[in-house]
Design a protein around this ligand. Structure first.
Ligand code: AMP
Length: 537
């Protein structure tokens, strides 16, 4: 069996690896590191959880050990599709480079340019960035990429999903032709193949078997939710979710609850909190500081339930998650494997519950075809009539975290500055969330009324601007959300069209829901949603 000491890594890197508790290299590490250290380009086909970050970070550090950084000319560049992934690479770098003097800077949105400029001015060995933010710095003349000796592209397939490929091509063309490239993707779509053919030179191709089946350590369970009435679907799904959480008891140490849409993430988190459960949302529309604080408290065990969208949670390495819930079945079957793979890691056991309504059948069929098995049916736990925590409970439960409604901005930012990831106190009701009325009894999922299939509007369809709050019914997936939030450059869709207007239309709905012309003094009833069948309970 190959040992880390066989891999020609610098002794200081080996020491850090030993201190991290790694005993043997993972297959992607054993495969990639020797080629990387020989100076070859590497094409890693591997997904998160395989140890791929160390497979490029360890040789990167070893190779950079000789030489010094010059002002504004980073010696290496690591590109990641989302802020969280970039921050995760930076954390990994800190661990593995702890016995070296190498420096790094993290260029992501949500952090002031000034701070980042200062670091770059001093000269860094490793620059870790999201593509949009990197180009923003470049265009401001603060950065030269001509000193880049090694460039890493992580999660290229995710970059493709998010519309970043033109940026990646541009960044490639700004770096020296002689650079060494480490390129990682979980899949090899034809567009990715084209990029690798264009920008990689005779790469060593290391492929780690794609996970077509979920780990054996994960117990998968399917819970059928048959709504008593079409307009009760969401409420009954939430009641079912709570009932499962309750039934799992102490065995459920913590859980990630996946929803398909950002609005649903907010609604489910709010509902769980209203029912006295410790939950917080994470998705791409939340302020970066809130996202970071929420993740930190989940990792640290201070937050029990993380309600997440795929984009926000993809690739995140949270080692010890006891349960995963598919509150919504994913519409892309591979996402099922990614999602449930958040639990049952490193040989630990985990449980993955999936809620399925009759209208989810087509997704269920696709998932079961992919994993080549049926997800065992679990009995629906008894749903008791519950009363949400009383209205006099802290109003902090009233609004999803991080939304910057004008009335709450100052208070929410002060809460955030104290590192509190939880929602701030505010009486403004969130769009799509009806004001809390007397709790409607939760009816058990008994009747077999067919439920209409959820609409799946086109991802990039223009969204009309409207003043009345409405639910964003588009799935978060594949929207270039990171690009929108990363910088000041005009937004373009994958076809290169300017999308700034429609994005600002979305912003009007999702972020700042003032009624134009009324300033900040909006009577509370005007900000409330009309009674909505999806109202939170
Ligand atoms: P990644 O695929 O890079 O997201 O890594 C997944 C997890 O595996 C991270 O928590 C790493 O700390 C961990 N890891 C990476 N390499 C090893 C190794 N050789 N042995 C044990 N754990 C590892």
């Amino acid at each position: 069996m190959i040992k880390f000491s066989d891999l020609n890594l610098d002794p200081r890197v080996l020491q850090a690896v030993a201190e991290a508790g790694y005993e043997t290299p993972t297959p992607i590490q054993a495969g990639a590191i020797p080629h990387a250290l020989e100076g070859r380009d590497v094409l890693g086909i591997a997904q998160t959880g395989t140890g791929k970050t160390a497979s490029f970070t360890l040789p990167l550090i070893t190779l950079l050990m000789k030489g010094r950084a010059r002002a504004r000319m980073p010696r290496s560049l690591v590109l990641a599709p989302t802020r969280e992934l970039a921050a995760q690479v930076a954390e990994n770098f800190d661990i593995y480079a702890r016995h070296t003097k190498l420096t790094k800077a993290l260029l992501i949105g949500g952090v002031s340019f000034k701070e980042q400029d200062l670091l770059i001015d001093r000269g860094v060995d490793v620059l870790i960035a999201t593509p949009g933010r990197l180009l923003d710095h470049f265009e401001r003349g603060k950065l030269l990429l001509t000193g880049v000796q090694i460039m890493v592209v992580d999660e290229a397939d995710r970059m493709l999903d998010m519309g970043f490929i033109p940026d990646i091509e541009r960044i490639f063309s700004l770096t020296p032709f002689t650079r060494q490239t480490f390129f990682y993707s979980a899949t090899m779509a034809s567009e990715i193949e084209r990029i690798t053919n264009t920008f990689l030179s005779n790469p060593a191709r290391i492929e780690v078997a794609r996970q077509a089946t979920a780990s054996e350590t994960i117990t998968q369970k399917l819970v059928r939710v048959t709504p008593s009435r079409k307009d009760r679907t969401a409420a009954e799904k939430r009641a079912t979710l709570r009932a499962i959480i309750k039934a799992e008891g102490e065995g459920l140490r913590n859980a990630i609850i996946f929803c398909n849409r950002k609005t649903e993430v907010d609604v489910v988190a709010k509902s769980l909190r209203k029912h006295g459960l410790d939950a917080a949302p994470i998705h791409g529309d939340l302020d970066q500081s809130v996202r970071t604080a929420t993740l930190t408290s989940f990792r640290d065990g201070r937050l029990r339930l993380l309600v997440a969208s795929d984009v926000a949670a993809r690739g995140l390495d949270i080692p010890d998650v006891s349960h995963v819930f598919n509150y919504d079945l994913p519409s892309h079957p591979e996402d099922y494997i990614h999602r449930i793979g958040r639990t049952g890691r490193a040989g630990k056991s985990g449980v993955a519950f999936s809620l399925a309504t009759p209208s989810d059948d087509k997704y269920l069929t696709a998932i079961q075809k992919l994993i080549e098995r049926e997800i065992p049916l679990s009995g629906t736990p008894a749903i008791q009539e519950e009363r949400p925590a009383s209205r006099s409970a802290p109003a902090a439960e009233e609004r999803p975290a991080g939304r910057t409604t004008s009335r709450s901005r100052s208070r929410s930012s002060s809460a955030r500055s104290k590192g509190d990831p939880r929602p701030s106190q505010d009486a403004v009701t969130e769009p799509g969330i009806a004001p809390e009325a007397a709790p409607a009894p939760e009816s058990p999922a008994v009747a077999a009324t067919p439920v209409a299939t959820r609409p799946e509007p086109p991802v990039d369809a223009p969204v009309p601007t409207q003043t009345a709050p409405r639910q964003d019914s588009r799935p978060e997936r594949a929207r270039p959300e990171a690009r929108r939030s990363e910088g000041s450059r005009p937004e373009r869709d994958r076809a290169g069209k300017d999308t700034s207007d429609r994005e600002s239309g979305r912003r009007g709905q999702g972020r700042d829901d003032r009624v134009v012309g009324m300033g900040d003094h909006v009577p509370a009833f005007l900000t409330r949603a009309f009674p909505d069948p999806q109202s939170v309970s």
